[in-house]
Design a protein around this ligand. Structure first.
Ligand code: RFL
Ligand code: PHB
Length: 390
């Protein structure tokens, strides 16, 4: 088989890239290790930045997001027993975010890919990348037990943190930056009405909590937990009790609980691999960088890489210019590092760190108090939360 761009991974990064390239008349094939249902079953991101929403529109897959997604122009910070609103649209000239699950984005992209008749090979096993330091790269894999070869001009590594793409690059060509946080997030999904109209990020002496949602009837809540915790140890009742303890009394009182329909623990990590291009191989999304979820930047960063990469490839094929390809890594990384900084800072401000001591807690309280009472600080928060401009 031959294609112009071989895309490894059918997560949001790979699917969105495939759709944008297809719209520009560039042929692409996606190789995915899992099946579509597995990809759709992963409950992950919930907050879409305006620029990501614009890109989904550009790819022609934004209609359902506009219909069913919930535009939020603020969120709340909870600390010291009270809730304080951070306005997003005032300080940013009317920008907002859209609360719409990653599962739904992926669904919309899969539907569009199917409707366009584009090739996605699910259950692609033993994917290996070859000769990407030449102009004739190729990918080998097995499908239905048979060995296959995909010849291409470029390879887009959109296969997440544990994928094969970054692992195929010689270690000596990579610089890795990593921070592992000493806690995780225990998340649950429930068919209950959201406790408030907007998201609530809570700093509490027992640890961080987040009240998020997927729809007016479906909620997504998180509590900071120990890395040693196992999901099975957390009954629904234990989760709800812990969440209530970490909210202010009025919010705790208003919380509607119910049986969980999903429960999982995610570790928190900051990670960047530099550069993001090796000859004809490009890394995009979680394959190149991870942020802790506080601030909801992961999916949005994946979309921003894909925006740069699709434009670079369109420039190459249509305008016969190599400038976008040459600058891809540097351009992405400038934006990546700013999102890394924001996600690290927001995590540091809201979580309980084992070594922070009494002084650490007091310093967090002082910064939160400053944040909600300073227009300058609120503007910095809003500008980063809605997504920095391109
Ligand atoms: P993905 O989604 O991991 O997809 C990679 C795909 O590649 C496949 N793959 C392979 N295919 C072929 N061969 C191989 N050898 C392969 N190895 C892997 C995988 O099966 C998979 O289908 O990466 P992508 O596309 O870069 O997308 C990144 C986002 O998924 C991620 O950044 C976000 O989910 C992060 N995130 C959030 N981001 C936000 O923007 N807003 C949020 O509110 C938000 N909340 C979250 C999050 C991530 C979380 N977890 C669980 C890590 C909340 C949580 C709890
Ligand atoms: C979510 O709804 O899953 C979510 C929302 C905001 C975040 C992280 C996750 O900062």
């Amino acid at each position: 088989m031959r294609t112009q761009v071989a895309i490894i991974g059918a997560g949001p990064a790979g699917l969105l890239l495939g759709q944008l390239l297809h719209k520009a008349g560039i042929d692409n094939v996606i190789l995915e290790r899992q099946d579509g249902d597995y990809v759709l079953a992963r409950i992950r991101a919930g907050v879409i930045e305006q620029t990501t929403a614009d890109l989904l529109d550009e790819a022609g897959v934004g209609a359902r997001m506009h219909r069913e997604g919930m535009a939020h122009d603020g969120f709340e910070l909870c600390f010291n027993g009270g809730r304080h609103r951070i306005d997003l649209s005032g300080p940013t000239g009317g920008k907002h975010v859209v609360v719409y699950g990653q599962t739904e984005v992926t669904h919309d992209l899969m539907d569009a890919r199917k409707a366009a008749g584009l090739t996605t090979v699910y259950h692609a096993d033993k994917v290996e990348l070859h000769d990407f330091d030449t102009t004739k790269p190729w990918v080998s894999y097995t499908a239905n037990g048979e060995s296959q070869v995909l010849h291409c001009d470029f390879i887009a590594g959109c296969d997440g943190y544990h994928g094969v793409s970054r692992a195929s690059v010689p270690a000596s060509a990579l610089s890795l930056y990593e921070k592992i946080y000493p806690f995780g997030w225990l998340g649950i999904l429930a068919d209950t009405p959201p406790v408030a109209e907007e998201l609530i990020y809570s700093n509490h002496a027992r640890g961080f909590a987040l009240c998020s949602m997927r729809s007016p009837t479906r909620t997504r809540y998180y509590v900071q937990c120990s890395l040693e915790d196992k999901v099975e140890q957390w009954s629904d009742d234990a989760f709800w009790d812990e969440l209530r303890r970490r909210l202010d009394p009025a919010t705790a009182e208003a919380l509607v609980t119910g049986p969980s329909i999903e429960k999982s623990i995610a570790p928190l990590r900051s990670f960047v691999a530099e550069p993001m291009r090796f000859g004809q191989l490009f890394l995009a999304g979680d394959a190149a960088h991870i942020v802790p979820p506080t601030g909801a930047k992961g999916l949005n960063l994946a979309a921003s890489d894909v925006r740069y990469l699709s434009r670079a490839l369109i420039e190459h094929y249509i305008e016969k210019s190599e400038a976008g390809i040459r600058h891809y890594s540097d351009t992405c990384l400038r934006r990546v590092w700013k999102a890394e900084r924001f996600s690290w800072w927001f995590t540091s401000l809201t979580h309980l760190f084992p070594d922070q001591g009494a002084i650490g807690a007091k310093l967090q309280q002082a910064e939160l108090d400053y944040l909600v009472h300073s227009e300058a600080a609120r503007t910095v928060m809003a500008e980063n939360y809605v997504g920095l401009p391109f």
